[in-house]
Design a protein around this ligand. Structure first.
Ligand code: AMP
Length: 300
């Protein structure tokens, strides 16, 4: 199974990714973790990324695309993976599409964790406190000031991906404001609704059952994709306008046809009396002839 987890910083992507790893036996590929490791190791990529990350900006697309291209080829990713924090821009998503196509890999779903921005600061503060309590080092970018910048880059550069993936019908939206367990349960539900998540070696459902449920599953999947589509985003609006124009044209055509038919009907009754008149004329002629004959006979 191959998944993308989409959501702003503090949405719970990392926590949910870990649970998916356990449940489905796939690997979590977090570009944030990989970049932090590169920074800690002082690699050329780390040196490039360090200041950008500390300021809450985005590392250049080509850097993260290269990292992911290498990583998804490794043996531990053969059973599937969850991309956490990647893609973060439309060019990254397009590069990932190309990459997967070249490697003949299919993406099962993109899960969007929808959260209230207001709750994020509290979540990030909690995360920092928990990290401190464990005696670990707190992330340099888990501060209110940097969070504001990370949220700004999420809104400007990552949020367009919601449209990108909903247009490709692979987006599943989950309410990320529920409890951690609630979110996990909902993710499991939407994944089984699309027939994904049956490939985990230990948890695989019996073949027959998964086959039987596939019809209902695709219906349910469509329903779970609905909230994202209902948001009325520009590209979809354009499609809707096109559709409406087409429908209006069809209505116009139908109306024209109806008018033509009405004219035809209107003409018909006019022809009928004419026929009747002709018949009546014939009858009168016949009556006259009969009269003439009767008169002649009377004379005789
Ligand atoms: P994260 O742990 O996912 O919150 O990422 C931490 C930081 O790493 C981000 O604020 C970015 O500076 C950088 N980063 C992680 N993933 C990406 C990505 N896909 N594109 C660009 N920058 C990234």
């Amino acid at each position: 199974m191959r998944l993308i987890l989409l959501g702003p910083p503090g949405a719970g992507k990392g926590t949910q990714a870990q649970r998916l790893v356990e449940k489905y036996g796939i690997v979590q590929l977090s570009t944030g973790d990989m970049l932090r490791a590169a920074v800690a190791a002082g690699t050329p990529v780390g040196l490039k990324a360090k200041d950008i990350m500390a300021a809450g900006g985005l590392v250049p697309d080509e850097v993260v695309v290269d990292i992911i291209a290498d990583r998804i080829e490794q043996a531990d990713a053969a059973n599937g993976f969850i991309l956490d924090g990647f893609p973060r821009t439309v060019p990254q998503a397009a590069a990932l599409d190309d990459l997967l196509k070249r490697k003949k890999m299919k993406l099962d779903a993109v899960i969007e964790l929808k959260v209230n921005e207001g709750a994020l600061l509290q979540r990030v503060e909690n995360r920092a406190a928990e990290t401190r309590a464990r005696g670990e080092e707190v992330r340099a970018d888990d501060t209110p000031e940097v969070l504001a910048k990370r949220l700004a880059s999420y809104r400007a550069q990552t949020e367009p991906l919601i449209d990108y993936y909903s247009e490709r019908r692979s987006l599943l939206t989950v309410d990320g404001m529920m409890s951690i367990d609630g979110v996990t349960e909902e993710i499991g539900r939407v994944l089984s609704a699309i027939g994904a998540g049956t490939s985990a070696p230990a948890k695989a459902a019996p073949r027959q059952a998964s086959k039987r449920s596939s019809k209902g599953a695709s219906k349910a999947a469509k329903a779970s994709r609905k909230p994202a589509r209902a948001a009325g985003k520009p590209a979809r609006k354009a499609k809707a306008v096109k559709k409406a124009k087409k429908a209006a044209k069809a209505v116009k055509k139908a109306a024209k046809g109806a008018r033509k038919a009405a004219k035809k009907v209107a003409r018909k009754p006019a022809r009928k009396p004419a026929k009747k008149a002709a018949k009546a004329k014939g009858a009168r002629k016949a009556a006259k002839a009969t009269k003439k004959v009767t008169k002649k006979r009377a004379k005789r």
